[in-house]
Write a protein that binds this ligand. Structure first.
Ligand SMILES: [Zn+2]
Length: 375
């Protein structure tokens, strides 16, 4: 029931894009894993990281992100799972002595799974002082999660998706785009970047992304007692004003027909992608003074083409290649270089260099690189 029910074992940097002072640092905490179960926690971390990389726009902003996992051992496995729960979504009745004391049925909602937020934030801060967002993976196969200051989610099969949705709340200040709570929006214009009550084309929140030909509202809900689940009247990806957002069935609007903040596993809409980019962009590696060098030197016979490769270059680096003859006196275009690339892993690139000697004489050359950015 408290931090006495376990201990912090170690922290490991699983995605490393450099100095944490310059990156956006995500910390993943283990909750409800006993020490011998730490490999299962690491496997859940790896699944989450794969899922995050596969979700635009995180792939294009990957070099801004460091990810750490903190092995926190609990005395017992799982999470508290009250039975009965006020909303009728009853759990198993299990009570587990875990480090962050995570429990389902938070606020009387069976699927709302959360732990001790203050302790989680303090644990993440102690592990990585420059932490920007904290996630807790809870060792329970039952569906559940919660946003707030910490994004919590269980090891249920779609848990990685819950984690990304909850990160939308806790790290990027996005609101839900689903409509489960009320008939009509209350409280005026939402502060979240992905919800608006303003249907005026000249003033609405994401007006710069709405084409003049797109009708506003783009879709209105005919019955505020029900969620509007009809298909979109416009092409997928069209930005407009779709009624039903921020948990209200009427009066609040979302930017696209569907979004990760509405349906798990759906691509983030343009407005949510932009909000995520705005947070992460300042942490991308900046262009530095170029660093240059010769990767290899060799000789090509007249009219010969040969292929070289050079592997394990960080995918975050911007690298250009040139092939320059060493012997003077050959007039006209002499060497032709074709560069092809292979993403060998999430973090590493292989460059394939096909170099052709277009002259009638043997040519010695240097294959040069220019590294335009690396941190
Ligand atoms: Zn969205």
């Amino acid at each position: 029931m408290s931090a006495a029910d376990g201990r912090v074992l170690r922290t490991e940097k699983l995605v490393d894009h450099g100095d944490p002072a310059r990156r956006w640092n995500l910390v993943i905490l283990a909750e409800g894993f006993r020490e011998p179960e730490m490999p299962q926690f690491r496997a859940a971390c790896a699944r989450f990281i794969d899922q995050l990389f596969a979700t635009p726009p995180f792939n294009e902003l990957w070099c801004a992100i460091n990810i750490y996992c903190v092995d926190v051992a609990s005395d017992e496995s799982g999470a508290d799972d009250p039975n009965p729960c006020a909303d009728g979504d009853n759990g198993s009745g299990l009570s587990a002595r875990t480090y962050f004391d995570a429990t389902y049925c938070t606020a009387g909602l069976g699927r709302l799974l959360a732990g001790n937020q203050a302790l989680a934030l303090a644990t993440a801060q102690a592990a990585v002082p420059q932490v920007r967002a904290t996630i807790g993976i809870v060792n329970s196969s039952r569906y559940g999660g919660a946003g707030g200051g910490v994004a919590w989610f269980s090891t249920h099969a779609s848990a990685s998706q819950i984690g990304i949705h909850e990160l939308g709340h806790s790290a990027f200040h996005l609101t839900d785009e689903y409509t489960d709570a009320r008939d009509n929006s209350t409280g005026g214009e939402p502060t979240a970047p992905n919800a608006t009550t303003d249907t005026n084309r000249a003033t609405t929140k994401w007006r710069d992304l709405i084409l003049p030909a797109t009708p506003l509202p783009t879709m209105s809900n005919p019955n505020c007692a029900n969620s509007d689940n009809r298909p979109s009247p416009v092409a997928a990806g069209t930005v407009g004003l779709f009624e039903g957002c921020d948990r209200s069935r009427c009066g609040a609007y979302r930017a696209e027909h569907d979004c990760y903040m509405r349906t798990l596993g759906t691509p983030f809409c343009s407005v949510c992608r932009r909000a995520i980019r705005n947070v992460l962009k300042p942490f991308m590696p900046q262009q530095v003074a170029p660093s240059v060098g010769v990767q290899f030197s060799d000789t090509l016979a007249a009219a010969e083409t040969r292929r070289w490769f050079t592997h394990s270059w960080p995918a975050c680096w911007q690298v250009c290649w040139t092939a320059i003859p060493r012997n003077p006196g050959l007039s006209g275009p002499t060497l032709e270089l074709r560069v092809r690339t292979e993403r060998a892993s999430r973090e590493l690139v292989t460059y394939w260099l096909d170099i052709t000697n277009r002259s009638a004489a043997a040519v010695e050359f240097d294959a040069r690189y220019e590294i335009l950015s690396r941190d």
